[in-house]
Write a protein that binds this ligand. Structure first.
Ligand SMILES: Cc1ncc(COP(=O)(O)O)c(C=O)c1O
Length: 382
């Protein structure tokens, strides 16, 4: 019985070991650990790939989100709208600036924010919306941009999980005022350590972001504003340049895995992820829904199949946000999803046999349970 894990970073590394070592060696020989040429190369490569004017490499996806909000001057008294069904960083950065996170519910099918609920959550204090493209599928950006644009509210894309995803013809990262990527090692473009990037078409926002990344320095030792050290190391940028070469192929492999799951699971007791007509998904996670989630997770584990729950606790019910006054029942769809979602292995190193084993395991549990149901029904009838 094969063991099918959620990740195979070792396998991915082995494909490119020599190139990575050469890239690291190049940086070692240059001794330019900060702001070396690879940083600019990565910024240009990703800005071009996403079709925006500016890429600004950052120390992490979290710092990218924080710095984007700092650039937009989000401060105490401001409200920022976001989903509750996301990774903590999306909300944490709002609270760290003293602003108020305003959580809205998501669409049951796509797991992304519901534009109608965004509109209802807007007040005179709303300054920005952070739109998360969860699991690798873009949110309904046309509707969200309409809502925001009518009121001069800034839109920040949290594209940490969505590099190379598309909304119509437009790539994730080009759909709002600013966008944030993450290069956390498990991401679709995963680095060797922490990393991230801000993308924007706006020249003046880009200039402020570049200053904030470097302690707010406007010229050497002159500080117009207070920033931080949000720089990405040259070594990490050089490694990411190598990893970028495989991204399109890896995304294709993720999509093939997802297509095999979709076909095999369509009639089963689990609900495969729904992809909006306009969207092309990059399957950072392949996330199914089932009311028997915990039973399935345990069964898969006994079959040697890994799985993940993203996310088990909604952000509006986290202890650190208790003072915001949300209660169980405040965001019913999110609260149901946290009990029903399960992410299956979908990484690019899966073999066809691995995928078959995951599928067979799910269907076997289905059949085993049907048999049990039939037996127990028989018993009841007697
Ligand atoms: C949706 C989302 N936002 C933000 C982040 C934060 O990125 P990082 O871990 O690079 O700080 C992550 C990833 O971890 C994420 O998945």
């Amino acid at each position: 019985m094969p063991n099918v894990n959620m990740l195979d970073l070792q396998g991915e590394y082995e494909l490119i070991r020599d190139k990575i070592r050469a890239a690291v060696d190049g940086v070692l020989e240059s001794q330019q650990f900060i702001n070396g040429p690879a940083v600019k190369q990565l910024e240009q490569a990703l800005a071009e790939r996403v079709g925006v004017a500016h890429g600004i490499a950052m120390s992490s996806g979290t710092d990218a989100l924080l710095c984007a909000l700092m650039t937009l001057k989000i401060s105490p008294g401001d409200e920022v709208i976001l989903p509750s069904f996301t990774f903590f960083a999306t909300a944490g950065v709002i609270a760290r600036l003293g602003a108020t996170p305003v959580f809205v519910d998501v669409d049951e099918a796509t797991f992304n924010m519901d534009p109608l609920l965004i509109e209802k959550a807007i007040t005179s204090h709303t300054r920005a919306i952070i739109v998360v493209h969860l699991f690798g599928q873009c949110a309904d950006m046309a509707a969200i941009n309409n809502v925001a644009g009518a009121r001069d509210i800034k839109v920040v894309e949290d594209a940490a999980q969505a590099i190379d995803a598309r909304y119509g013809d437009e790539p994730a990262g080009s759909l709002g005022d600013m966008a944030c990527l993450s290069f956390y090692p498990t991401k679709n473009l995963g680095g060797f350590g922490e990393g991230g990037m801000i993308l924007t078409n706006d020249e003046s926002l880009a200039e402020v972001t570049r200053q904030l990344r470097n302690h707010g320095e406007s010229s050497r030792y002159h500080h117009k504003r207070v920033g931080g050290n949000f720089r990405l190391d040259t070594m990490k940028a050089a490694i990411l340049m190598v990893k970028l070469e495989n991204l399109a192929d890896f995304t294709r492999r993720r999509r093939d895995n997802a297509a095999a799951y979709d076909a095999a699971l369509a009639e089963s007791f689990v609900t495969p992820p729904v992809v909006m007509d306009k969207c092309s998904h990059v399957y950072h996670q392949y996330t199914i829904k089932t009311s028997r989630r915990d039973e399935l997770r345990e069964y898969l584990s006994r079959q040697g199949v890994g799985s993940g729950i993203y996310y088990p606790v909604p952000l509006h019910l986290q202890a650190c946000f208790a003072s915001l006054g949300y209660k169980p029942g405040s965001l019913p769809v999110t609260e149901r999803l946290v009990n029903e979602v399960l992410s299956l292995p979908c990484h690019p190193m899966l073999s066809k046999d691995d995928v078959k084993h995951v599928i067979a395991s799910i269907l076997t549990m289905d059949q085993t349970c049907e048999q049990q149901d039939r037996l127990s029904t028989g018993c009841t009838e007697v």
